[in-house]
Write a protein that binds this ligand. Structure first.
Ligand code: GDP
Ligand code: MG
Length: 296
């Protein structure tokens, strides 16, 4: 017998490597204008994502195209650096004719796959390929309390094959708790009827434990969020919130909305899985198609 092999040291090696190189995590936000997308970008960066960590710095804003903008922060915690980029896509579905309006977004996503592929096949490739691939796409649903629009369904149907789609209900402070719960249920039902798989996709549950964890999350989706970049004093603490004549809606209070749940799901519990599904499923599908098109 071999005795001590030292597999446990691999964890330490992986940790050291991640500490040295850091990692990228990219979130895209899509939806009608006025639904609070830009506000949510600020909410994410102003909320505990950055408050809990030290030494984060603001990167330059990188305008990719006239329409799609991204904001990046390097967040450091426990010696590990994460470059969190949020890609804001103004004006989705604002045209009179919205036919194929998902195309610029799917084009952007594919361009990032292409960039990564070029680096991968490059002989003298970089030790670490900068990863601009979209790891998840938050799709903002209008808080109508009615049903999804045709456009919502079309977008999610097309894009769920190329990226991890996470539907969220925007401006959920405009719904009462009952309306919110009914609406969430209806949205899930409609997505199911249309055969639209959002993240975490059932087919990628790895075992029973995975399935039961993810079932809970799927039953809680779409997360009903509230965004704000303003702070108010509540019970002697400064909180991010929206001040109304009836009180402050606290963005990070789980009794007020599901922003904190969404953030923890993205940045804590499912970050690595979002990256893995992006790499192993969505990117791999793109790569296989591209290499086949080139004659193998
Ligand atoms: P975008 O066009 O999707 O980027 O939307 P904006 O972030 O520019 O927000 C549009 C308007 O909605 C602004 O007046 C925001 O203050 C407001 N808003 C943003 N988030 C919320 C929210 O969660 N609830 C409510 N009631 N209003 C919001
Ligand atoms: Mg905006």
């Amino acid at each position: 017998l071999l005795g001590y092999i030292g597999i446990d040291t691999i964890i330490e090696q992986m940790r050291k490597k991640t500490m040295k190189t850091g990692f990228d995590f990219n979130i895209m936000i899509v939806g009608h204008s006025g639904l609070g997308k830009s506000t949510l970008v600020n909410t994410l960066f102003k909320s505990q994502v950055s408050r809990r960590s030290t030494g984060w710095s603001r990167d330059d804003k990188i305008p990719r195209t006239v329409e799609i903008k991204s904001v990046a922060h390097v967040i450091e915690e426990g010696g590990v650096k994460m470059k969190l980029t949020v890609i804001d896509t103004p004006g989705f579905g604002d045209q009179i004719n919205n036919e194929n309006c998902w195309e610029p977004i799917s084009k952007y996503i594919n361009e990032q796959y292409e960039k990564f592929l070029k680096e991968e096949v490059n002989i003298a490739r970089k030790k670490r390929i900068p990863d601009t691939r979209v790891h998840c796409c938050l799709y903002f649903i209008s808080p109508t309390g009615h049903s999804l629009r045709q456009l919502d369904l079309e977008f999610m149907k097309h894009l769920s094959r190329v990226v991890n789609i996470i539907p969220v209900i925007a401006k959920s402070d405009t719904l009462t708790p009952e309306e919110k719960n009914e609406f969430k249920q209806r949205v899930r039902k409609e997505l199911e009827i249309c055969g639209i798989e959002f993240y975490p996709q059932r087919e990628f549950d790895e075992d029973i434990e995975d399935k039961s964890d993810n079932d809970k999350i799927r039953d809680a989706m779409p997360f009903a969020v509230v965004g704000s970049d303003k702070e108010y004093q509540v019970n002697g603490k400064r909180v991010l919130g929206r001040k109304t004549p009836w009180g402050v809606v606290e963005v990070e209070n789980p009794n007020h909305c599901e922003f904190a749940q969404l953030r923890d799901f993205l940045i804590r519990s499912h970050l690595q899985d979002l990256k893995e599904v992006t790499h192993n499923i969505h990117y791999e599908t793109y790569r296989a198609k591209r290499l086949n098109a080139n004659g193998g």
